[in-house]
Design a binder for this molecule. Structure first.
Ligand SMILES: *Cc1c(COP(=O)(O)O)cnc(C)c1O
Length: 413
């Protein structure tokens, strides 16, 4: 059974100050999970998780992870600025972007971020921005074009994905970058998202380790790190199992030791987003209305603008009715938000305990790619984000948007 971040009593108390809907995160869960990741990879000198900022771009969350020794992975100018505002700069930042505007590379260079190039043509582009003086270490994103992973719903198959460069292009990129004075390299790939089971990282690591070793032999390049990127999944469904990070890290270690049996000893980086935060956030929402036509609908005060994944990918998010945790699930509902879009459904044909108006629902696993994918369609405003701290108190870590925020960019002539 999935445990909500807060109880009904806590939700009722919080609602007095922070009206629903809101997202709430569990600090204890976040910290324990991050610590397990870091200790599981402690066999690898220099291991670092660079949290994918896009998953949960919140300063408090970022600082919690940074204090545990994590860096950040950014994909845009504003994410770079956000890191800078949080006091996170230099090699603590990976900048893994695509279709990157010149000013974003310039900003990343100024912060001293480690840049991952998505394409061969970006070598000259970056050099022109850097005035010919590139950083000592540059990372390259590889797309092996081979479909091996379990879950391609979010990213598409590697052959169809827009990311990364081919094997031949890696060689050419390394040669060009060395001519520009680059001394060390990173190798990066992100081939599939939300992979359950324990195979994804070990398989990807095997591919990247062997590729890096071959590239080193072919070009003489010195590899500072291999970046396994994101993609480890989380159990959205109650019957799913959480990937076992100690087992995964151990299997990556075996790949590492079988490939790097000589002097070559690159470190490992990861850029997990979903795995770091997903299970430790809930979207809390209140039942407003029922409607019975051809189906039974329960209308809530949150909508897809607060959590887009069900509408966008048909993604499953488990729902707990607070205070009815042990009640039998006897009624089949579509749980829906108020957008003028028929895909605004948090659940379709979901068996739940009989609901009452005013019941509070915890929509699970919204800690990553939840609030972050929010938008303002239909004039809906983004919600607050709260943190349940380790000491049991609750802290506001982002206020809800107000109509003034919505009007701020409009021009009223
Ligand atoms: C989105 C993204 C991640 C994080 O992916 P998760 O599936 O959340 O782990 C990591 N690296 C890059 C480059 C990304 O675009």
């Amino acid at each position: 059974m999935k445990k909500p971040v807060i109880t009904k009593e806590q939700a009722l108390e919080l609602k007095k100050t922070y009206p629903t809907p809101f997202h709430i995160y569990d600090e204890k869960g976040i910290v324990e999970n991050a610590e397990e990741l870091i200790s599981s990879f402690s066999w690898c000198k220099g291991f670092k998780e660079h949290f994918a900022v896009k998953a949960t771009p919140n300063p408090t969350i970022m600082k919690i992870l940074h204090n545990l020794g994590c860096g950040m992975d950014c994909s845009s100018m504003t994410e770079l600025m956000l890191c800078e505002k949080c006091g996170i700069t230099g090699d603590d930042i990976m900048f893994t972007s695509n279709e990157t505007p010149a000013e974003e590379y310039a900003y990343a260079l100024r912060l001293g971020a480690t840049i991952t190039l998505d394409d061969l043509t970006h070598v000259d582009f970056l050099a022109s921005i850097a005035g010919g003086k590139l950083p000592e270490c540059v990372s390259l994103r590889y797309n092996n074009g081979v479909n091996f992973a379990v879950n391609n719903q979010i990213m598409g198959t590697p052959q169809d994905a827009k990311y990364g460069m081919t094997r031949d292009q890696l060689v050419e990129a390394i040669r060009k970058l060395r001519d520009y004075g680059v001394k060390r390299f990173g190798l990066h790939a992100f081939l599939a998202s939300n992979n359950l089971g324990n195979d994804y990282y070990p398989t990807l690591a095997g591919i990247l380790f062997r590729t890096a070793k071959e590239l080193a032999a072919e070009t003489g390049a010195d590899f500072a790190f291999i970046n396994l990127s994101g993609g480890v999944g989380i159990p959205y469904r109650p019957e799913d199992e959480k990937p076992n990070i100690p087992v995964i890290a151990e299997r990556v270690r075996r790949e590492y030791e079988s490939v790097f049996d000589g002097d070559m000893k690159p470190s490992i980086r990861t850029e997990l987003g979903r795995y770091m935060l997903g299970p430790y956030g809930n979207l809390i929402t209140t039942v407003l209305h029922f409607k019975h036509i051809y189906k039974e609908y329960a209308g809530v005060d949150a909508c897809a603008a607060n959590l887009m994944r069900p509408a966008m990918y048909g993604a499953y998010h488990h729902i707990t009715v607070l205070g009815k945790e042990d009640a039998p699930a006897t009624v089949k509902y579509d749980v829906v938000g108020g957008l003028c879009e028929n895909n605004d459904k948090f659940a379709v044909d979901r068996m739940l305990p009989a609901l009452d108006i005013g019941d509070i629902l915890a929509i699970h696993d919204t800690g990553a790619h939840g609030f972050a994918m929010g938008y303002n369609y239909n004039g809906r405003l983004r919600s607050a984000e709260l943190l349940l701290r380790k000491d049991g108190t609750v802290k506001l870590i982002r206020r809800a948007e107000t109509p003034d925020d919505y009007f701020a960019t409009m021009i009223f002539d």
